[in-house]
Design a protein around this ligand. Sequence first.
Ligand code: 5GP
Length: 206
Amino acid sequence: MSCVNGAVLVLSGPSGAGKSSLINKIFDDLGNCYFSISTTTRPMRAGEEEGVHYHFVSEEEFKKDIEDDHFLEYALVHGNYYGTSIKPVKKALSEGKLVIFDIDVQGNTAVQNRLGDITTSVFITPPSLSELERRLRNRSTDEDEVIERRLKMARKEIQRVSEYEYLLINDDLDEAAAKLLMIAKTARLKKSNEEINEFVNQWEDL
Ligand code: 5GP
């Protein structure tokens, strides 16, 4: 994928880790960036809006998008499909933007395979499993059964933290946001293999 000067920031971590709050907090300071809005088959939660939090589609529509090769990556998470559409990502990268993904560990593997040279990855988590449970119960947008499933999933996901460049512990929101902003600013500095080769090739002749 040709990407001029764009770069990618992958954020993963259990639901309830505070990813959305962190992104909202640093968004204005980030400058030229694009937050990728995923497509999902999961039902809309109270307070969510179509086209803002996700594109909400039926399983049939999702499967059609898979067939038509519309996704950069997609995965089955907690029994629902989630996917990242290629088109807006390509556009944002060609405009030199920092593209931010909130995707799971499977999504990170896929993005690393396709865009690894320009990708920075961060795993965000509350300080402990019990704190995660407390936050999920306080949010109270989900049924008990859904919360149990998310906790089980979180136990599995934490085992894959080593696949990420950064582990960000979201204990104090302001502190974690300041750290994430530093990581995001550095993420922009990554150059694609293509850009590096081009630079090396012309460097001798300058
Ligand atoms: P939630 O249902 O809480 O919004 O998200 C559940 C999980 O799905 C989170 O871990 C989130 O990062 C992940 N997710 C959201 N969008 C995508 C996507 O497009 N691709 C993948 N692989 N995971 C996603």
